[in-house]
Design a protein around this ligand. Structure first.
Ligand SMILES: Nc1ncnc2c1ncn2[C@@H]1O[C@H](COP(=O)(O)OP(=O)(O)OP(=O)(O)O)[C@@H](O)[C@H]1O
Ligand SMILES: [Mg+2]
Length: 250
């Protein structure tokens, strides 16, 4: 007779948290035909300036979530299959007006929302967004575009389950950007705004303007500000803790 294999005295503790489903909603008119009650995954956004450490933190969150049994999907600005290449070309050539560039980014966002974010949420994935509509709005607001028009434009967006804004001082940002790219980016330095001929000076001014807009948007959209000046491990510990609460539906 076959002997039953002994039952282990203590099973390895399963750390998988079954995400508590909370009903999604759109900021405004949304996308027609989406059955919101079927979106069982969670949408977690990490916002922050260029070089603020978003990729570093998202990579760690993905590793941690996947390790705990959650399927993940990543999205970010200028990553749509529809227009990302054309958007890059348009930026390199600096050929579009502010409104057209804004609409180009909105198209890139809408394509990812419809074809990646919503299907992934329907499949119960944890969707990690490296920036969301807030960066797009802040960039446009800094350039004097109309807030009501922008809110209406991004009324298509889903309200995320959590938004973390990595708040990093402009000086730290400069250091991190140089550490990574050995140079500052034309657009992330706001060189199109004519704030200064000197890119370094323009970067500091532009990032301060962006930070101010983020603080304004925070009052409306209520995202969680995380001190991004700390070491990566410390920030990761704080974010993991907060994401755990999101999973638990708190
Ligand atoms: N908490 C931190 N403290 C110090 N350096 C950091 C921290 N987080 C990230 N870095 C470093 O700063 C640089 C930028 O980090 P990272 O690429 O994660 O930022 P990002 O916000 O994704 O940038 P980008 O806007 O270019 O996509 C990298 O060299 C990274 O190693
Ligand atoms: Mg990045």
């Amino acid at each position: 007779m076959l002997k039953k294999s002994p039952i282990p005295a203590k099973r390895a503790s399963a750390s998988v948290i079954i995400p508590k489903v909370s009903r999604k909603r759109f900021y405004g008119h949304g996308i027609p035909g989406v059955e919101l009650e079927k979106l069982t995954g969670k949408l977690i956004v990490v916002e922050g300036a260029d070089g603020s450490g978003r990729s570093t933190q998202i990579a760690r969150l993905v590793e941690w979530l996947e390790g705990n049994g959650h399927a993940t999907q990543q999205v970010g600005l200028k990553r749509s299959t529809l227009v990302s290449e054309e958007l890059e070309q348009a930026q390199n050539g600096n050929i579009l007006s502010r409104t057209t560039l804004s609409l180009f980014y909105a198209t890139d966002f809408a394509d990812q929302l419809e074809n990646i974010i919503i299907p992934a949420l329907k499949a119960g994935f944890m969707v990690l967004a490296d920036r969301y509509i807030y960066t797009l709005m802040a960039r446009d607001l800094v350039r004097g575009m109309d807030e009501a028009w922008l809110k209406n434009l991004y009324g298509t967006a889903l309200v995320p389950d959590a938004v973390f804004y990595l708040n990093v001082s402009p000086e730290q940002l400069v250091q991190r950007n140089f550490a990574k790219n050995k140079a500052l980016d034309f657009w992330e330095s706001g060189m199109d705004l004519g704030l200064s001929r000197d890119m370094f000076d323009s970067f500091l001014k532009y990032q301060s303007l962006m930070a101010r807009q983020f603080i304004r948007l925070q009052a409306t959209y209520g995202f969680t500000v995380v001190d991004g000046n700390h070491a990566p491990d410390e920030i990761n510990a704080e974010l993991s803790h907060k994401v755990q609460s999101v999973l638990a539906g708190k």
